[in-house]
Structures are given as structure tokens and as C-alpha cells.
Design a protein around this ligand. Structure first.
Ligand SMILES: Cc1cc2nc3c(=O)[nH]c(=O)nc-3n(C[C@H](O)[C@H](O)[C@H](O)COP(=O)(O)O)c2cc1C
Length: 268
């Protein structure tokens, strides 16, 4: 393997992005960050190119990814790239990765990219559908092909600076990171639930157990919303901000719930 890509995903955008880049690079190992969550020792990639691919949450990175970066052993000085997928505005997440890397590893990303993909947080914005969704995904694919070429050639790419995105991170991210694990108290399940257990199986961090044939959230949530979007009966709602009732659901169309289940380290 020449490249290791560590990824985290809720609804498949970041996994699809990682797969696309891997396909172009060849000889790439895709490793779910969630599968390493219980690993207490340092994580040694052992390849000369290492990538981090994850979604943007509240203008920053998922807390699980931040924790993972702290345990990543970069002493062999691989070429390090980061790709964040976002619904709208999130380049600040790349600056967050850089600040974290400088503090913990005296190193920055060699190349940093932000890719717009369909938004998956209905409490704030209804996920795109139809032609709009198709266009966003087609544009993302094109960007990812260009990104993969740069990575293949080990190009150096600094993240763009966006004052708006940086301000959002300053305001939104600290309370998000403090409270995220307990935000699952805002999930509820309705009568339409068929007890199929998909929510529990797709949760990347194993935060949902089935009790009396109903999902029960265990308060170590990352708010990735995989449960919300994967429920075949649309029986799950999230009562934050504008809520999720009638506000659409989204999973990356090229992936199935089985692809998402791999993150828990299980082979479905
Ligand atoms: C809790 C949460 C917060 C989010 N915050 C942002 C944000 O600040 N900026 C943004 O552009 N997109 C935001 N999004 C949208 C996701 O970053 C975007 O849809 C991403 O591609 C999802 O990736 P995934 O399918 O790999 O989970 C947020 C999504 C969630 C679930």
C-alpha cells in the first residue's frame, strides 16, 4: 500500500470521496476512524501518503476525528492530506486540523481540500434532491478527480482562508464539541419503527442499542445522523433547531447501508 486514507462518515459523502480518491491513486487502504476508536495505542500508518477524510460539523471536524488525530503517529513524516466534505461553508475545518497538528505533531497538512457535497443536516437545511443533488454530486466528482491528481503528484496545497467560515467555527464549534455526545437525547423514534435495527447497525460509534425492539441512544453520539437518514421507515426524528419532520433524508446514492456498517469494524 502506498496510501492510507482514514475516514469518518455519517451519510456516505466522505466515504464516497475517499473511495474516489483511492480509485485514482491505486494501492490505497481505506480505514474507518470509528473502527480505531477503542485503540488506545498510537496509530502508525506505515505508508508514505496519509489522508484524513471527514465531514464538516459546525465549521469544524467531528470530535472523534479530532481525538484520532491526537493518536496518529506522524514521526515517519508521510505526505499528509486532508479532505473535508461540507454542505456549504466549512473550509475552517481544515484550519482546525492544521492548528491541531501543529500543537500535537509540529506539522501541518501538506495538502488541504474542501469539497461541497449534499448537506445532510435537515435541522438547518433540507438536503438537496433531484437535479440539484445530481449537479452537486457531479461537481464533487470532478473536484475529487482533480484533487486526486494533486495528491498523486504530492503537490502542496494550503487551505483557502474564509473569514466567514472561521468566525462560524469560533462561535459554533466549542459548544458543539462540548455537548455533542449528549445531543442524542434529541433523537426520538415514532410508531413507524419496524424494529429492523438498521439505526443500530449503521451508527459508526455503536451508540444505539435495541431495547424492547426500539433504538435507545447511549450518549456517546457524534451527531453524524446516520441513524436518522438510514431508517427505512423514516421513523427517527431529531428535535434540534427546525427539526427533521418532512425535511428530507439523504444517503450518498452510490453507497448502501452495508457500506456504512463497516465503520463499526464489523464485516456485514
Ligand atoms: C451535525 C452536523 C453539522 C454540520 N455542520 C456543517 C457546517 O458547519 N458546514 C457545512 O458546510 N456543512 C455542515 N454539515 C453538512 C455535512 O458536513 C455534509 O453534508 C457532509 O458532506 C456529510 O458527510 P458524510 O455524508 O460523510 O457524513 C453538517 C452536518 C451535520 C450532521
Amino acid at each position: 500500500m502506498n496510501t492510507t486514507i482514514y475516514y469518518f462518515t455519517g451519510t456516505g459523502n466522505s466515504l464516497a470521496a475517499a473511495k474516489k480518491v483511492a480509485e485514482i491513486l491505486g494501492e490505497t487502504d481505506l480505514v474507518p476512524i470509528a473502527s480505531l476508536h477503542e485503540t488506545k495505542t498510537r496509530i502508525i500508518p506505515g505508508t508514505d501518503r496519509v489522508g484524513i477524510v471527514c465531514p464538516v460539523y459546525d465549521a469544524g471536524i467531528p470530535v472523534i476525528v479530532r481525538d484520532f488525530l491526537g493518536r496518529l503517529d506522524l514521526s515517519a513524516e508521510p505526505y499528509l492530506f486532508g479532505i473535508v466534505t461540507m454542505g456549504g461553508m466549512g473550509v475552517s475545518a481544515l484550519h482546525q486540523i492544521n492548528s491541531f497538528l501543529v500543537r500535537n505533531h509540529q506539522k501541518k497538512l501538506d495538502a488541504a481540500f474542501a469539497v461541497k457535497m449534499p448537506g445532510n443536516f435537515p435541522p438547518v437545511g433540507i438536503p438537496p434532491v433531484g437535479e440539484k443533488k445530481k449537479q452537486i454530486l457531479a461537481d464533487a466528482d470532478k473536484s475529487l478527480a482533480a484533487i486526486a491528481e494533486k495528491i498523486a503528484n504530492k503537490k502542496r496545497v494550503s487551505p483557502r482562508f474564509s473569514p466567514g467560515s472561521s468566525l462560524l467555527r469560533l462561535l459554533l464549534y466549542p459548544p458543539f464539541a462540548r455537548k455533542v455526545h449528549a445531543t442524542d437525547t434529541n433523537f426520538s423514534v415514532g410508531e413507524a419503527c419496524t424494529s429492523c435495527g438498521t439505526c443500530s447497525e449503521v451508527c459508526p460509534v455503536g451508540n444505539i442499542v435495541m431495547e424492547n425492539e426500539r433504538p435507545v441512544w447511549q450518549h456517546h453520539c457524534e451527531l453524524c445522523c446516520a441513524c436518522l437518514h438510514s431508517c427505512p421507515a423514516e421513523a427517527i426524528e431529531l428535535s434540534l433547531m427546525r427539526g427533521t419532520k418532512g425535511r428530507g433524508r439523504y444517503l450518498h446514492p452510490a453507497l448502501t447501508v452495508k457500506d456504512l456498517m463497516i465503520q463499526q469494524g464489523k464485516n456485514p
